[in-house]
Design a protein around this ligand. Sequence first.
Ligand SMILES: Cc1cc2nc3c(=O)[nH]c(=O)nc-3n(C[C@H](O)[C@H](O)[C@H](O)COP(=O)(O)OP(=O)(O)OC[C@H]3O[C@@H](n4cnc5c(N)ncnc54)[C@H](O)[C@@H]3O)c2cc1C
Length: 450
Amino acid sequence: MGVEKFDVVILGGGNAGIGVTGPVRRAGMSVAMIESHDLGGTCPNRGCTPKKVLVAAGQALHEIERAAVHHIAVGKPKLDWSALIDRKKEMIKDIPANLARSMAHRDVEVIKGHGYFVSPNTIGVADRKLAAAHIVIATGSKPRPLAISGAEHLITSDEMLRDRDLPKSVIFVGGGVISMEFAHVYARAGAQVMILEALPQLLPAMDADAIARIQAESERIGIRVKTGVRVERIEPASDRLRVIFSHKGAEYTAEADRVVNGAGRVANIEMLDLEAGNVEHANGRVVVDRYLRSNSNPQVYVCGDAVPISPQLSPIATYEGDIVGRNIVDGAKYSPDYDGMATSVYTVPALASVGLTEAAANERGIRVKIHCNDMHDWFSARTYAETVAWSKIIVDQGSDRILGAHFVGHAGQELVNIMGLAMRFGITAAQIKDYVYAYPTFSSDIKHML
Ligand SMILES: Cc1cc2nc3c(=O)[nH]c(=O)nc-3n(C[C@H](O)[C@H](O)[C@H](O)COP(=O)(O)OP(=O)(O)OC[C@H]3O[C@@H](n4cnc5c(N)ncnc54)[C@H](O)[C@@H]3O)c2cc1C
């Protein structure tokens, strides 16, 4: 087969790749998108969306646990795990087909297969060769490989989302977002859960006081958390797995049905033959400039989880895809701005965060006002029998602008967006307090939080 020509070839049909298609198709460019698995990528098929179905069940179990506060008598709940996994499967089953229709509607040619560089401007897929003026790497991320003896026994979020048997016990190696979220679901479903984290703090990038709150809540529901540990090896132990780990010089063992790689995710760029594409990379990262363009090959852009430096979140992947699309159309002139982008860890209750932590603000020497509130005895928290309700809002003393906000419980996963909006559009703390909120809502408490 001869070489086919496109204006744009996109490797990967996840949030980032799909984000690219809007601007370039609006400009009338011809586009091929190569996807090796399911259109939609991780978020709707193996990430955010299916996970949230399990988290919602965890939330329901949490509400049932608190029913007595509202004088509702309920028996001990029994979760049918295999039926829950089936519900999750049912809810997401149409997503790839719907996206295929939407890509066809946009006149994007979707090609099934694994794409790789053949030359700086040509991509190979199956028996086809596609030459393009612009190539986009939007190949997402994969679990970080762990150099531990017995690492082949580790499972990942993919298996956790598929497994129709509820394990009796689970050990997470690494205390990142995925570990925390699944740990809460499993613990509420009745499994014994342990998290082993190498660093002194779970979720090390997040505000230390917020982590103390969510760790306490995790322990309250029975999750065992060990920080500052080194996992030495994993080995089979009859029909279970044994994890050998050390802490302050002493060696310990723990056993569980499943051991999960919860050590974060890295860019998925290994199998692209970047050398053939003249795409410079180091330590598993494509080297990019401020326009998300390869340093060595200006025809190549990178977006989404494959970008080495931005948070691995689905709205950010879509945002970066759009920026790359616009840079392709208008010439490299747009840079991402991650200020005011909120994130949530979907434990139950959630831990939500935007902007600077208190430690980061101090490190930068900014004069800040810290508004920290334990709200568990506030009327709204008591009304809903919240087990934890906590907030910290960091305000710049000079400009009165919000620099960061962190919540545990109290609908923080919603409130954090108000704070992100304020940060992005320069709404001051005084203006936030001046707004008349619907009452009684968790948002109406923001006035008092400030
Ligand atoms: C369990 C889990 C839960 C998550 N929960 C959340 C959440 O609640 N909120 C949130 O914001 N984010 C969440 N994320 C992160 C979110 O899913 C990612 O940030 C987002 O999906 C990244 O989009 P992307 O397009 O960069 O990559 P992906 O969605 O991974 O898409 C990349 C695509 O490229 C394809 N591909 C790879 N290599 C090739 C190749 N050589 N040729 C052709 N195709 C290829 C892959 O098959 C994949 O479909 C979660 C992730 C996981 C794993």
